[in-house]
Design a protein around this ligand. Structure first.
Ligand SMILES: [Zn+2]
Length: 218
């Protein structure tokens, strides 16, 4: 058996632990203790690993630290990281009206676009909770005459996603695996799935189903 297991690193909530700028001489650089700083260091030693990840930000607090929000976002974009939408105030979207949903998505979309010209095209649902009545407005809409479109919408958990070219994949409800827990195993988090995949190596390439469509795990 051969092949690769693509992994996409995603970060929600725009915390300074994930990324913050510090002064170094007359420059602003990523704090080496932040995830971005660690990834940059790792990339220097392992350039074949790439330097990629998507940061799902809210509108209220964006990577607190040195520099302006524009400088912080541009730093990430210039390095090749992606910016995603995590809504303005991180609400329970199942309780939001259609107007509130447009505002929640639109404010972050418009802010990033105005500051950097960057077009956001994906959304991570706060708490992984969607809207029953207005899911279409999460995917596409407009706010203050600026259109937005989220081609991919991410859940919070709880299993590896199918490949984007698998006919069964639903890009509007794409699952993720949380990397919480450290070396303490939490069901359906990263260490749980690494164990499952060790025991079912084929799953690393075909994910949740084998060739006959049987689930490998419950
Ligand atoms: Zn969140």
């Amino acid at each position: 058996m051969c092949g690769c297991t693509p992994i996409i690193l995603t970060f929600d909530d725009g915390t300074s632990g994930q990324f913050n700028l510090i002064e170094s001489g007359d420059q602003l650089v990523a704090n080496p203790k932040s995830a971005v700083g660690i990834m940059e260091e790792f990339y220097k030693e392992h350039p074949d690993f790439g330097l990629n990840g998507t940061f799902y930000i809210n509108g209220t607090s964006i990577f607190s630290g040195k520099g302006t929000v524009k400088e912080r976002l541009e730093y990430l974009i210039d390095k090749g990281f992606e910016i995603g939408n995590h809504t303005n105030t991180h609400p329970y979207l199942n309780k939001s009206s259609s107007e509130e949903i447009k505002e929640e998505v639109g404010i972050v979309n418009n802010l990033v676009k105005e500051l950097t010209g960057y077009e956001i095209n994906s959304l991570a649902l706060p708490y992984g909770i969607s809207s029953k009545d207005y899911a279409d407005l999460l995917a596409k809409g407009s706010y203050k005459d600026v259109e937005y479109e989220n081609k991919i919408i991410l859940l919070v958990g709880a299993e590896p996603a199918l490949s984007s070219n698998n006919e069964k994949v639903n890009l509007q409800r794409l699952p993720r695996v949380r990397a919480t827990g450290g070396n303490k195993r939490v069901d359906c988090d990263l260490y749980y799935w690494l164990d499952v995949m060790d025991k079912n190596p084929k799953m690393k390439y075909t994910r949740l189903e084998n060739d006959s469509g049987d689930k490998l795990v419950d």
